[in-house]
Write a protein that binds this ligand. Structure first.
Ligand code: NDP
Length: 459
């Protein structure tokens, strides 16, 4: 081991790479981390953190409206978008500084530049070679762009999170995590938002009740959601505005955002040269212990395209380091991972949707409720909250929890522990609610939905 410059050389200083490197450093390993841009990665610089700050900033629009029903008079309130973006950027700079300090404090050397693999134990950065017992690939991902004419005119989330001016009319293509989150931000901030989705509804893959609840909430707010649209062209007009052309429709816009998924950032890493296998989507293929096809090279996070969520990348990185330096088994379970969409209202979920549960667990019991949150009895807002439990009938284990409404992510984080521990519906029934909250509904649901078959029998 002493023949190598480092014990671990990490490529990519995002959430997964930094978490793994810091923990390895804390365990006494000699660690270097290489970054070609700013330290922090997608989550801190171009994803979760700036997005959530903008969600919070824009959401005041609704809070201010809602306050009227509680007796407040608020006149002249307006959003200075530029000030919000500047405040967000200051916070990102602060966080970048924190990341630098954390790496330094863990004894991790920062190597700046673009890294390329030379062999199973060697990396080259800016003409200099570094050797390491193990190499960790944590290079993350980047937004996909469509293969259509006019793609040079469109924004991705990278630019949308830093737009200097608020577009009057924004067309968003894609109804997944990013499309829904940024639609909420720009609508609340004052843009006229149109979402173009190629399927029938937002958030494909989520529970159907979640999808229809968010679709309804967005349409009620005035976000235009247009299903079954495949964009073919984006044209810039002489006056600078954009036309989004689909087969049967044209949508006019001042800005167009594509949020159609992300791709692993594997280009230029030299994977071919050392024989690291990638799949058809360009993601690095790893086994259950995050090991690539080259035994000394590992990969975690979005570059592996397993479950592209920050806490998953962090967990993958830490579990790997526990294996390398503490004898852990290195196995990360990608099950019952809670997730949230910071739309307005937000969505949060853990476990499986009703449709997946029917396939995976056979007979299931479904409990669902939709109600007006207490706040809106005075605010007058029409928005409803949706909660749903999916229960395996034979064992009564709760296998899915889905919430759409205020604080959904904060609520579901706690229920994720219960699902992980195998809680049954009866465990939830025996849990006393906190009153008055919305979350207490999840422990007081009594009425099962009729089975779909039973409904068919009656007709
Ligand atoms: P998603 O995969 O979530 O959604 C992509 C959307 O684009 C879907 O509606 C999809 O439609 C549509 N789409 C895909 N290809 C095309 C195409 N060629 N033309 C038109 N529409 C298309 O990707 P996002 O970009 O929204 O987010 C990327 C990932 O980043 C997420 O999956 C998630 O892992 C992560 N993320 C997590 C967040 C969080 O945890 N809160 C927030 C933001 C991102 P269809 O459904 O029909 O395939």
């Amino acid at each position: 081991m002493a023949d190598f410059d480092f014990d671990l050389f990490t490529i990519g200083a995002g959430s997964g790479g930094v978490a793994a490197s810091r923990r390895a450093g804390a365990y006494g390993a000699r660690v270097a981390i290489c970054e070609r841009g700013r330290v922090g990665g997608t989550c801190v610089l171009r994803g979760c953190v700036p997005k959530k700050l903008l969600v919070m900033g824009a959401h005041f629009a609704e809070e201010l409206e809602d306050a009227r029903g509680f007796g407040w008079t608020i006149e002249g309130a307006r959003l200075d978008w530029g000030a919000l973006i500047a405040a967000k950027d200051r916070e990102l700079e602060r966080l970048e500084g924190v990341y630098h300090r954390l790496l330094r404090d863990s004894g991790v050397a920062l190597v700046e530049g673009r890294a390329t693999l030379v062999d199973a134990h060697t990396v080259e950065v800016a003409g200099r070679r570094y050797t390491a017992q193990n190499i960790l690939l944590a290079a993350g991902g980047h937004p996909k762009l469509p293969d259509i004419p006019g793609r040079e005119h469109v924004l991705t989330s990278d630019e949308a999170l830093s737009l200097a001016e608020l577009p009057a009319r924004l067309v968003i293509v894609g109804g997944g995590f990013i499309g829904c989150e940024l639609a909420g931000v720009f609508h609340a901030a004052g843009s006229q938002v149109t979402m173009l989705v190629r399927g029938d509804e937002l958030l494909r893959g989520f529970d159907d009740d979640v999808r229809s609840a968010l679709g309804l909430a967005y349409r009620d707010k005035g976000i235009r959601v247009v299903p079954d649209v495949l964009v073919e062209d984006v044209e810039r007009r002489a006056d600078g505005t954009l036309s989004v052309l689909a087969r049967e429709d044209t949508f006019e816009a001042d800005a167009v955002l594509f949020a159609i998924g992300r791709a692993p950032s594997t280009q230029g890493l030299g994977l071919d040269r050392v024989g690291v296998e990638v799949d058809a989507a360009g993601a690095i293929v790893v086994d259950g212990q995050s090991r690539t096809s080259v035994p000394s090279i590992f990969a975690v996070g979005d570059v592996t395209n397993r479950l592209n969520l920050t806490p998953v990348a962090i967990a993958e990185g830490r579990i790997l380091v526990e294996m390398l330096y503490r004898g852990g088994d290195g196995v990360m379970e990608h099950v019952n991972v809670p997730a949230a969409v910071f739309s307005q209202p937000p969505v949060a979920t853990v476990g499986c949707s009703e449709a997946v549960a029917r396939r995976r667990h056979g007979d299931i019991d479904v409990y669902a409720t939709s109600f007006r949150p207490m706040k809106h009895t005075l605010s007058g807002r029409h928005e409803r909250m949706m909660m749903k439990l999916v229960v395996e009938r034979a064992t009564q284990k709760v296998v899915g929890v889905h919430v759409v409404g205020p604080d959904a992510p904060e609520i579901v984080q706690g229920f994720a522990v219960a699902v992980r521990l195998g809680a049954t519906k009866q465990d939830l029934d025996r849990t006393i609610g906190i009153h008055p909250t919305a979350a207490e509904e999840l422990v007081t649901m009594r009425d099962k939905r009729p089975d779909p078959v039973a409904i068919e029998d009656k007709t």
